[in-house]
Design a protein around this ligand. Sequence first.
Ligand code: F0G
Length: 457
Amino acid sequence: MQEPFRIKVVEPLRRVTREERERLLAEAGLNLFAVPAESVSVDLLTDSGTSAMSDRQWAGLMMGDESYACSRNFYHFRDTIRDIFGYPIVIPTHQGRAAEHLLFSSVLKSGDVVPGNTHFDTTRANIEHQGAEARDLVIDEGLDPSCLHPFKGNLDPLKLDRTIREVGRERVPLVMLTVTNNSGGGQPVSLANVRAVREVCDRHGVPLIFDACRFAENCWFIREREPGCAQRSVKVIARELFSHGDGCTMSAKKDALVNIGGFLALKNEGWAEKIRNLLILVEGFATYGGLAGRDLEAIAIGLTEVLDEDYLAYRVGQVAYLGGLLDEAGVPIVKPVGGHAVYLDARAFLPDVPQSQFPGQALVVALYREFGIRAVEIGSLMFGHRDPKTGEWVFPKLDLVRLAIPRRVYTNEHMRYVAESVIALHRERGRLRGLRIIWEAPALRHFTARLEELVRP
Ligand code: F0G
């Protein structure tokens, strides 16, 4: 589908030579988080905070009311969220992980377990920061990169029921459902699954909280794929989805089409007072939460724009276009293609590189060195850890490379360049080498780790 917008402002891309990229990689310790963005040709590191805002959103910035308390924009922000999500309590935060931090530090205690489909890295880290355990209970199909299940983000209700029974209700303060399931391949969760999860939660009296980062893309998939939903609007689907929950955290940097912002929304007052007190301590007053009035305005407008169905058809269509080109050429990708990214299956791409040598990161390094494309590893570098009891390395089931597509930023010609580059790399895959870590931080190591290439035997 053609882009449902025309381009009013452009940002030039610099040409970067292979020699320069080679030097930058060496300086960065083969970590793409340390490569200057100006030296990247197509930046697919993340779809987070990288959206192009619309003319209306830019106009909204000029309408910012920068009063400390109860600014006009807060009411627009709050009412838009109430309208779409249906949760009356709306707490702005400066981004998604701040909402997670506020929620988890207010409701978790050491030894608790938080079941979810697949927790994103910041969510997991924030849960673990409280001494609690983040437990991933995605359906088995979600762990098989080639299985064509339409809702591979679903949380397995049986596994959930078993988990709550095993650990005991008193140790499960909430269940977290991430839509779409980012770490599991950007895969959607169905309405039927949300209802089933809700039933299990009700049976045990456990609240259900959504991680709503990519809710519009998730609801688009529901409309496209779930029986009986084709005639419903994405907004109506979103209303139903969230009606089954007790609240949500959201990074507005995704489906609110802005460069910064987030929020926490709740159905009832239960946890809200404690959270607001903490908010004032660490983020800001309850009506701005670390954001400027103009940011709140841009979010309110973005949340409305993201539900435009021409936009969603184009958005999900562009990601599918890239995935289709790769799939046709025999490049192993996670299928079906998710909502915000195409995920390369690095273990299948580089079968000779064991997980202990970070096949995903090896691909990420080669993509940048050869083609100036920046992607992100979601695999053994991000999630690999030593078992605290045995000291053995534990690796995630999937080693993925995410090509995340910023919203409204790149054209399909950029997507074609990316596809041709990945296909060329796939042909040359025998030349790629594994990596080893030479320095790492104790938590979220993928952001700052330094690595080196292993010498071929
Ligand atoms: N939850 C999910 C599912 C996410 O994908 C992210 C961020 C967050 C929470 C945290 O939000 O960045 O605003 O603090 N994901 C980004 C990504 C970083 O690249 O996928 P944040």
